[in-house]
Ligand binder design. Structure first.
Ligand code: PHE
Length: 337
């Protein structure tokens, strides 16, 4: 018994065919294409599938005609689908064409900051003279930054206006950002027995107003040698060897009398290179009071210490007139080193 008339079956198919081709022709590169494919040609619940099921409801005599009509529609819809597919694929290829044989965009490779380069170079030169590189903390206590270095409680160098004391109190012993790398001399001597040859490079902090030769943070290179029989002559020889290795052969080193609480005698160290004398830092023989403070016997060992400004020697070597340039991080400046 037929439940569907051939006419209504054909009408149904024609509507489906019109809907399907219209939707597929209009589909763009969004998900409209995929939606249309599922709606009309979906294997489980697509509209074409639903109509195919109606075929069985036609009178037996109408089935061949109905089947033919159905097949034509199916072909037309499938053709519209294939056409839409290639239209969309063509569009994609045009927009996203990539020539994989072209060289890629080069990755920008930087290099070490000139101050870091200077630090490495100083470490290398000093290593050849037998000095081991060591590190110390940047947050220090009163003992290592002042007391063990014979800088007493009333010394002006401890003035809060000349130091970055930290707000975090630790009992009665306030902490501060170290104002000099001489702290590392103490830390190493406390841990080790002589003989010693160490060098320590790192940041120090002082509340200075920034100008061409000052900055609230800068770097120092600290050298310490403790061996029996050490004299000022050894100190000057080491500094001269260092200076001529770092700056070039024709460097002169000059000592001027000075004072530091932790060295005796004490000197200012100047270097002359290319016709100009520049003050590079301080030095001297380690004061017997300092040797005693760390448990050494001043009767059997002596030593020398020096502290130079890393920015100063870097500026001298590279011809930089204003040390603030080291910290602006302007790539046009940094690229030159
Ligand atoms: N620590 C001293 C300063 O910062 C420099 C120095 C180091 C002097 C070692 C003598 C010996 O000024």
């Amino acid at each position: 018994m037929s439940t569907v008339s051939l006419e209504s079956f054909r009408a149904e198919i024609d509507r489906l065919r019109a809907d399907a081709t219209a939707a597929l022709d209009a589909a763009g590169r969004d998900d409209a294409f995929e939606k249309a494919r599922i709606e009309f040609l979906g294997a489980k619940s697509g509209r074409l599938k639903a109509i195919q099921k109606l075929l069985g409801g036609l009178a037996a005599a109408d089935r061949p005609a109905g089947g033919k009509h159905f097949n034509e529609a199916k072909e037309a819809i499938t053709a519209a689908l294939v056409q839409a597919q290639s239209r969309l694929a063509g569009g994609v290829a045009e927009v996203e064409a990539i020539d994989v044989t072209l060289p890629g965009d080069p990755v920008r490779i930087g290099h070490l900051h000139p101050i870091t380069q200077t630090i490495r170079r100083v470490q290398e030169i000093m290593a050849r003279l037998g000095f081991e590189s060591v590190d110390g903390p940047e947050v220090e206590d009163q003992w290592h930054n002042f007391e063990a270095l014979a800088i007493g409680a009333e010394h002006p160098a401890r003035d809060p206006l000349d130091n970055f004391y930290l707000a975090v109190a630790r009992g009665t012993d306030p902490l501060l950002l170290r104002s000099q790398t001489s702290t590392v001399q103490i830390r190493v001597m406390e841990r080790r027995k002589p003989p010693l040859r160490i060098v320590s490079l790192g940041r120090v902090y002082r509340p200075d107003t920034a100008d061409a030769t000052h900055y609230p943070m800068f770097h120092q290179v600290e050298g310490l040698l403790v061996e029996p029989g050490t004299t000022m002559a050894h100190l000057k020889s080491v500094l001269r060897l260092f200076a001529s290795s770092f700056l070039g052969g024709d460097v002169h080193v000059r000592f001027r009398p000075s004072f530091f609480p932790f060295t005796e005698p004490s000197v200012e160290v100047d270097m002359e290179w290319g016709g100009r004398w520049i003050e590079m830092g301080g030095a001297g023989m380690v004061d017997p009071a300092v040797l005693e403070a760390v448990g050494y016997d001043p009767a059997t060992v002596s030593g020398f210490a020096f502290g130079l400004g890393v920015e100063r020697i870097a500026a001298r070597r590279y011809g930089v007139a204003d040390i603030r340039d080291f910290y602006k991080n302007d790539v046009r400046f940094l690229e030159q080193f």
